[in-house]
Design a protein around this ligand. Structure first.
Ligand code: GAP
Length: 425
């Protein structure tokens, strides 16, 4: 199994992910995405949006503000119940999550006789202060992106023709003052979520039907983008670990180097949220008004990016290759002039580069020899490399080298876009 350290090193070396504020000594729980990481995350989000919104007739999108009236967080129960149990070691005063036994155990090994305080509930909402006059207004950075959807439920119903059952999809940043951020980006204090809130009739059969439906859909999506089924599993929450809003909850977990780990939750939230916000739905056809139930799918973009990287990383005999699904690969194609010192080859390669970059994220490399350029693109996960050589000048064909098979095809430049498109499905 690929170690986490291997991925951390690759992420830094190739420009996927850097430690946040590194120049000033870093800041725990925050990460910056470099040129390739930005593309990877963007591709994960656009694949998600395509499958959850674009291809469906029963889901619409939303982009709500990060900061909301604090009354939202009172009504949603987050100011009281959005908390993890915290214990402190009385000897060294380090703080840990009481429900993460492995963290407690590994601290136990760092010094003699740790002594623990009783667990107390530690609220994860991040406070910020707004305004120009004192006292400033205390507000919160959103702890889940979800509440922005609920408070706009009526706006969406009134401004579209959508009817229950339907969903509202959203992608955006969330913030949690995590007690112990760690495992690289896995537990961060700032992260991105991609969520669907799906509204159904307040009926056991409907609730169960859609809960099962979305569980299956979400698992299928990860497999369709290249995750091995053997590295994925569902884990139902026990009664004592479910979030305050959930009637039923299951996690999609990945077989990570630090153990099976959640990266998406499917939650049956019942009427908890719309009930708290005193929102109802009027079904004109049936002439009835009721509080809809909510089935939620809540994925972490950063955790998905980390697990797609872990899944894609392969060490082969003579190379390291990231076998990312072509739709997730940051760069789709790289263009090389065979030699850098022949003006006619460079000019032709620049022409091909200009043509391809209008259509795909395209890299250019004229340094070193072709072998080294292939190795660099393999590590970046680029599915195809196009080389312009002496034959190109004669017959307008280029070689296209495939990342996974390392096989080369000779393709006419007039057919190149079509050829590449066909390999990005
Ligand atoms: N709206 C429901 C909700 O927020 P959650 O299980 O608390 O549910 C959903 O979070 C997903 O958000 C998780 O499965 C994970 O992928 C991501 N997530 C949560 N906390 C995170 C953290 N501290 N760092 C990175 N991702 C996190």
């Amino acid at each position: 199994m690929t170690s986490l350290d291997t991925i951390v090193a690759l992420a830094k070396r190739r420009g996927f992910i850097y430690p946040g504020s590194e120049l000033y000594g870093g800041i725990t729980g925050f990460w910056d995405y470099g040129p390739l990481g930005t593309e990877l995350k963007k591709n994960i989000k656009s694949e998600w949006w395509r499958s959850m919104v674009q291809l469906r007739e029963d889901v619409v999108g939303l982009d709500a503000a990060i900061i909301m009236n604090p009354g939202v967080w009172e009504a949603s129960g987050h100011t009281k119940a959005f908390a993890d149990p915290l214990v402190e070691c009385k000897v060294c005063h380090k703080r840990f999550r009481a429900d993460k036994q492995e963290e407690i155990d590994s601290h136990g090994a760092t010094h003699d006789k740790p002594e623990w305080t009783d667990p107390k509930q530690f609220n994860l909402l991040t406070e910020v202060y707004l305004g120009v006059t004192e006292p400033k207004q205390k507000v919160y950075l959103r702890g889940e992106i979800t509440q922005g959807v609920f408070v706009n439920f009526r706006n969406v119903v009134d401004s579209t023709r959508i009817k229950i059952p339907f969903g509202i999809a959203q992608i955006g940043k969330a913030f949690r003052n995590e007690i112990t951020p760690g495992n690289f980006t896995f537990r961060s204090r700032e992260f991105e979520q991609m969520e669907l809130e799906f509204f159904v009739k307040n009926d056991d059969q409907e609730g169960d039907k859609w809960y099962q439906y979305w569980k299956a859909e979400r698992m299928k999506w990860y497999v369709s983008l290249g995750m091995d089924k053997g590295n994925l599993r569902f884990r139902d929450h026990r009664d004592d670990e479910r979030a305050h809003y959930a009637r039923h909850a299951t996690d999609i977990e990945y077989n990570a180097p630090f153990g099976w780990s959640e990266f998406e939750g499917i939650h049956h939230r019942g009427d908890y949220d719309l009930g708290n916000h005193k929102l109802t739905y009027r079904d004109e056809a049936a002439n009835e008004e009721y509080t809809p139930w909510v089935i939620e799918t809540s994925g972490g973009v950063d955790r998905a990016a980390l697990f797609f990287l872990l899944e894609a990383y392969k060490e082969e005999e003579k190379r390291v290759v990231l076998k990312l699904h072509p739709r997730l690969a940051p760069m789709k194609v790289a263009v090389f002039p065979l030699v850098a010192n022949k003006d006619n080859i460079t000019a032709k390669a620049q022409e091909v580069h200009a043509m391809l970059k209008a259509k795909f994220m395209t890299a250019w490399d004229a340094r070193g020899n072709i072998g080294k350029r292939y190795l660099a693109q393999d590590e970046a996960g680029t599915p195809m490399c196009v080389t312009i050589d002496y034959t190109t000048l004669e017959d307008d064909t280029v070689t296209v080298r495939d990342r996974d098979t390392m096989k080369q095809d000779r393709v006419n430049i007039s057919k190149l876009i079509e050829f590449i498109d066909g390999r990005l499905l």
